[in-house]
Design a protein around this ligand. Structure first.
Ligand code: PSV
Ligand code: MN
Length: 397
């Protein structure tokens, strides 16, 4: 691709704005429902998660925020906010989105905010309200909610009643937000429930966000779609409706499986970024939160996170290089092949030399993955945490 000066300068300017939030759970031992392969260097405490996140930020320069999962990171709820503040000050990493957890407690077997038992619904709503309190205390903008509720057999639950319960719970949560906060509603078509999930797709999430109130938005987890779904079209629609809150980035081959962003279909991530850059209202595009939702079982966690951030940056820059003015002309003249080639030529541009230069100019290691390997950080945390990780059980039994 022939990158002209103005196009490149604009793209670099766009790249400067990119911040990616990384998940605390991406540093801890996780697995599949069949078991876990424990890693000697996995984080075993919140402090270790902050330490790892700060290392990723030092290596990449664009990940100053750490998403927190309430039950995993603040088990005492708002009473743990002080610990988070101390870690923030110590490691220079800010708390990012606050993720309530409505999927682990035994009472949630038949649902949380959609449970037919009003007592369980109350408990779940209280957890949501406490999550808003935590976010206020930590000055986090986003309360990011995945609702795992659903059912496994036809007839087992009233889909209609559950819609009403969900609307009530989300508007009660929205009522507690202060004016700077947002509620993000994440959808997923299946798992853990296998017959129906209560927020199965973007249309349902958009409805619930609108019903909840003006500060609610939809969160698109790229892994939460059926095969062949056109995710960038969903993104275009959500932008059009001013309802796109952000992303959980990952990749998938068959189902939600937390693979590294772009490892299976990098062109799709590029097309998603392209749709965001096509938004005429730049301020609205700037509100979109880019978050990673991956927890690796096979790859080393530090390496995987650095590789993920670098990959996201590459795909973001490629999309920023699309000559959108020319594309608009080609589209209006219905020059199909030329329009497609306009997109493809940006995608096939090797942006790695530009990114190396961009990092050099900002005192960031040119090759963050190589820098991680040379830093000795992974060996150090493996030494420090090996014994603690060995004591953890490798099975879910
Ligand atoms: C559910 O699959 C999900 O995508 C939600 O965002 C959860 O918060 C996260 O994964 C937990 O790993
Ligand atoms: Mn997610």
């Amino acid at each position: 691709m022939d990158v002209n000066g103005a196009g490149l300068a604009g793209a670099i300017g766009t790249l400067d704005s990119l911040r990616i939030e990384i998940p605390s759970w991406g540093f801890a031992n996780t697995g599949t429902r069949f078991g876990k392969f424990l890693q000697a260097g996995a984080a075993t405490t919140l402090e270790e998660k902050f330490a790892d996140a700060s290392q990723v930020n030092a290596l990449t320069g664009i990940t100053p925020q750490l998403a927190l999962h309430v039950q995993w990171d603040l088990p005492a709820g708002v009473a743990d906010a002080g610990i988070v503040k101390r870690l923030t000050a110590k490691y220079g990493v800010q708390p990012g989105s606050i993720n309530p957890n409505l999927f682990q407690d035994q009472e949630y077997k038949f649902g949380s905010i959609c449970n037919p038992d009003p007592g369980v619904r109350r408990k779940a709503i209280d957890h949501l309200l406490e999550s808003v309190e935590i976010a206020k205390e930590l000055r986090s903008r986003d309360v990011s909610l995945w609702i795992s509720d659903g059912s496994n057999y036809p007839g087992a639950q009233s889909i209609r009643k559950r819609i009403g319960w969900l609307e009530e719970a989300l508007s009660a949560t929205h009522d507690k937000l202060d004016t700077s906060q947002r509620l993000l509603v994440e959808y997923k078509p299946f798992e853990p429930a296998f017959y129906h999930t209560d927020v199965a797709d973007w249309g349902m999430a958009a409805h619930f966000a609108k019903a909840a109130g003006p500060q609610a938005r939809v969160l698109v987890d790229t892994g939460h779609h059926y095969q062949a779904q056109n995710i960038e079209q969903i993104v275009a629609w959500l932008m059009h409706l001013q309802l796109l809150g952000g992303f959980h980035f990952n990749d998938r081959r068959y189902a939600d499986d937390d693979l590294t962003i772009g490892s299976i279909d990098p062109y799709q991530v590029f097309r998603i970024f392209h749709e965001i850059f096509s938004e005429p209202n730049a301020a609205a595009a700037g509100e979109v939160a880019y978050m990673i939702d991956q927890s690796h079982n096979i790859k080393g966690k530090m390496e995987a996170m650095v590789q993920t951030v670098v990959t996201a940056q590459e795909l973001f820059l490629k999309a920023a290089l699309v000559d959108r003015e020319r594309l608009a002309v080609l589209q209006s003249e219905a020059r199909t092949v030329d329009a497609e080639e306009c997109l493809r030529s940006a995608f096939w541009t090797d942006v790695r030399p530009m990114l190396r230069e961009w990092r050099r100019n900002r005192d960031i290691p040119e090759d963050p993955l190589q820098a991680l390997r040379e830093s000795g950080y992974v060996e150090q945390i493996e030494k420090e945490r090996r014994a603690k990780n060995a004591m953890l059980s490798a099975s879910y039994a």
